[in-house]
Design a protein around this ligand. Structure first.
Ligand SMILES: C[C@](O)(CO)[C@H](O)COP(=O)(O)OP(=O)(O)OC[C@H]1O[C@@H](n2ccc(N)nc2=O)[C@H](O)[C@@H]1O
Ligand SMILES: Nc1ncnc2c1ncn2[C@@H]1O[C@H](COP(=O)(O)OP(=O)(O)OP(=O)(O)O)[C@@H](O)[C@H]1O
Length: 292
């Protein structure tokens, strides 16, 4: 028996850091939404009890370092599952990009194994298990649009933002999330986003208020490490983007655009500069999809 589950990327419409916690994590407040750039995780039942993994991108780890492998191991141990699984990840989301690719693969694996191994767990239970793998995994278990607090694992669901185009551009560098948080000085943050205003923009589907409310306190940290990120932002703005922001810890930058005619102009301008450019839509309030 085999099932396939879509694992969509996320972008952060806001990312605020409120404090550094004694456990080494940061207290955050973030509005996140999934977009239709997705990996696909195929899960094939193994009667011998083994967990194995292959990925279309050869540089992604195929052992316990892989978040999807970790998810399967956790589910097997927690629920004493006799069967195993072979995981195949069709990688479409750039790696170490700020788009939660690994977290989404883990979330898709949790959702898929719940079905493949007949565990009967609720989404909330899966999200709780996801928090043991990484801070972004609970959000990815639900997908859609949400306010994430705590270290990112506490999820409050939101409605769909105003429909628009999202253009993603990733410079050819990988960014380490621990390094970016490690370089952040919380007391010196001077660009806190207005999260309340973003929540209002989403509730009223006000596109221009959403663009005005974009903000990410990790952006300045990553910009100082990688000047290309600023060049991409400037290029997007000069090409007519309505709103521009770095996602997560970066280095991917996204542009929000309402008019389709502008999309081509921005895409063409970016393609002259970086290879990884994607034109996508937000998935709105929709949650994770099991394909077959
Ligand atoms: C940057 C974001 O992707 C934005 O959505 C997340 O905040 C990070 O989520 P993630 O990659 O799932 O992060 P985790 O795997 O849980 O943590 C990786 C490392 O990032 C740092 N980290 C992460 C989340 C958080 N709230 N505070 C932190 O300081 C910690 O050093 C942690 O060891
Ligand atoms: N399934 C996976 N897909 C991609 N990378 C993975 C996966 N599992 C583990 N990794 C490792 O995790 C690291 C971060 O990759 P990932 O693509 O998840 O980053 P990210 O998009 O910045 O995530 P986030 O936005 O949650 O911080 C990489 O160094 C990679 O080796």
């Amino acid at each position: 028996m085999r099932i396939s589950v879509k694992a969509p990327a996320k972008i952060n419409l806001t990312l605020d850091v409120l404090a550094k916690r004694p456990d080494g994590y940061h207290e955050v407040e973030m509005v996140m939404t999934t977009v239709d750039l997705a990996d696909r995780v195929d899960m094939t039942l193994r009667e011998d009890g083994e967990i194995t993994l292959d990925c279309s991108a050869s540089f992604v780890p195929d052992d316990i370092r892989n978040h999807a492998y970790k998810a399967a191991t956790l589910m097997k141990e927690k629920f004493q599952v006799r069967q195993g699984v072979h995981l195949y990840i069709d990688k479409q989301i750039p790696v170490a990009a700020g788009l939660a690719g690994g977290s989404s693969d883990a979330a898709a694996t949790l959702r898929g194994l719940n079905q493949l191994w007949n565990l009967g767990l609720t989404r909330d239970e899966l999200a709780k298990i996801g928090a043991e793998i990484g801070s972004d995994v609970p959000f990815c278990v639900y997908g859609g649009t949400a306010l994430a607090t705590g270290r990112g694992e506490q999820i409050a669901h939101l409605g769909a933002p105003a429909p628009c185009w999202v253009i993603l551009a990733k410079p050819p560098i990988g960014v380490s999330t621990p390094d970016v948080y490690g370089n952040l000085r919380v007391a010196q943050i001077d660009n806190h986003p207005d999260t309340k205003q973003m929540l209002q923009a989403i509730a009223t589907q006000d596109f221009s208020l959403m663009c005005q409310s974009l903000g990410n306190v990790l952006e300045n940290v990553t910009l100082s490490l990688h000047p290309q990120v600023k060049q991409i932002k400037d290029l997007m703005i000069a090409s007519g983007a309505d709103g521009v922001l770095m996602s997560g810890s970066g280095p991917t930058v996204f542009a929000l655009v309402q008019k389709e005619a502008k999309v081509h102009r921005i895409y063409n301008a970016l393609r002259g500069f970086v290879k990884d450019v994607f034109v996508v839509r937000m998935l709105g309030a929709q949650d994770g999809e099991i394909l077959a």
